[in-house]
Design a protein around this ligand. Structure first.
Ligand code: DLL
Length: 432
């Protein structure tokens, strides 16, 4: 159902490999000739673009890390001059600085087509009305699905996040047929519709495309019942493109990777050696179809497995399992990526003690973030008013850096657990 580009999505393994080999060769030349960071890395390893002739040569190439993007902030890894860029996006970095990504016109096309394949896989056509409730802005969710819908010729409604009653009114009045948002927000929307006593007969939604955070099959069933739709998974990360790196088909048996643009590998995060199909390891992508940011073997930190088995839907593209965790400490709170190191950075910047505890929970299907912070030893005599002011200031600073609300709770000096080894800074109470 809904295969947008059958010549690619159902290609034989040989044809796919030939395409990937040609594209890898071209992208390595681009990276080597235009990104000093890659020239230096390849020179150090004694590799030249001429050594890369097949996709199997990819293991000769070095890995790229999120810290490499930070060290070359903001534009240092771009392979094209700024004049060729038509868009930038950004995602959370591990400290105060964001990870910046850029796109040429062709890159936007590649990404839009990738997202369009995901919408088509739900049975989507130009007759669909695609209600986009992912955030619009530096986050890739909103504009990614928006351009995907337009690429398909469907009608995009750029609703963005929040204002739940308005979202529901738009469902009813604009005739939205496909909903795109985080799975936790989809659940919240479904419950709000139920609790308001609104009949599903007044809503035309038939499918949902949910991602940007982990979710379970149990959640899928709940969302499907509450909204009367079929729910599909979509995966992506800003560094590689945004939503549409891989997507769910009607078989719901792993997400099809758009591997003609984003070549996947799974490695053992300790030895960095590739692991066989079916074994969980860290997912690594090489952008073989992009011009502006040709990342080589980018370590996503997402843990999953892949399979090359042909899917019952007819597609032959590699499928990845739902990510089962991360090989770093990144948290995803309401779809926003948060690193504990960012929180620590803000606390120190604001002159606080580096004794803190991050507590993440899910209340009424919405994530909550609380940061317990120890007051300095001499602050016990502060008035409540002073504490309230300090709390507000800290909450504003957190919001600025994290892009998500953190509830600050001051606790008395010396009350947070001290650890003799690696400090346990995060308690995640969500059961995902
Ligand atoms: O979350 C892009 C996106 C937007 C994907 C909308 C899907 C829908 P980042 O903000 O860079 O990009 O976060 C990327 O989010 O490395 C995963 O850890 C996690 N993630 C994304 N999609 C899924 C998913 C967007 N379907 C990080 N299931 C990734 C589980 C996901 N985790």
């Amino acid at each position: 159902m809904g295969i947008l580009k059958p010549e690619i999505e159902c290609a034989s393994r040989e044809d796919m490999k030939a395409l990937q080999s040609a594209r890898l060769k071209k992208m390595v030349e681009n990276a080597y000739n235009n990104v000093p960071f890659y020239k230096q890395k390849l020179d150090e390893l004694g590799i030249s673009p001429a050594d890369i002739n097949s996709i199997d040569d990819i293991t000769k190439l070095p890995f790229t890390l999120k810290t490499d993007l930070r060290d070359n902030y903001p534009y240092g890894l771009f392979a094209v001059p700024m004049t060729d860029l038509v868009r930038v996006h950004a995602s959370s970095g591990t400290t105060g600085k964001q990870t910046v990504v850029g796109y040429t016109k062709k890159d936007i096309d590649v990404w839009s087509e990738s997202a369009a394949r995901a919408i088509a896989a739900t049975g989507g056509t130009k007759d669909d009305i695609v209600h986009v409730s992912y955030g619009y802005g530096l986050f890739t969710g909103g504009l990614g699905l928006h351009y995907g819908a337009e690429y398909l010729g469907a009608t995009a409604i750029p609703v963005s996040t929040g204002n739940t009653s308005r979202q529901i009114q738009i469902f009813q009045d604009f005739g939205s047929t496909v909903l795109c948002c985080t799975p936790s927000y989809a659940l919240y929307l479904g419950e709000s519709i139920r609790d308001a006593g609104i009949s599903l007969d007044t809503i035309k939604l038939r499918a949902g495309i949910f991602g940007a955070e982990p979710w379970t099959d149990a959640m899928r069933k709940q969302i499907e019942t509450l909204l009367g739709i079929e729910a599909y998974d979509i995966y992506g990360l800003s560094e590689i493109a945004g939503p549409g790196v891989s997507f769910d088909c009607e078989c719901h048996n792993g997400m099809h990777v758009n591997e003609d643009y984003f070549y996947p590998e799974v490695i053992d995060p300790e030895t960095l050696e590739p692991v066989p199909d079916g074994t969980v390891g860290e997912l690594v992508f090489t952008c073989i179809g992009k011009e502006a940011l040709p990342l080589i073997r980018y370590r996503t930190r997402d843990l999953c497995s892949i399979t090359h088995e042909k899917c019952a839907c007819g597609r032959t593209t590699v499928r990845m399992s739902k990510p089962v965790g991360r090989s770093d400490d990144m948290l995803i709170i309401r779809g926003v990526n948060v690193f504990p190191s960012q929180i620590e950075h803000v606390l120190l910047q604001q002159g606080m003690e580096p004794n803190y505890l991050i507590i993440v929970d899910r209340v009424n299907n919405l994530d909550t973030l609380t940061v317990e912070v120890e007051m300095a030893q001499n602050t016990f005599s502060d008035t409540i008013k002073d504490l309230e002011t300090a709390k507000k200031k800290l909450e504003a600073a957190m919001q600025n850096t994290l892009n998500v609300h953190a509830h600050i709770k001051f606790v008395e000096y010396g009350t947070l657990p001290r650890s003799e080894g690696k400090a346990k800074r995060v308690i995640d109470k969500r059961k995902i």
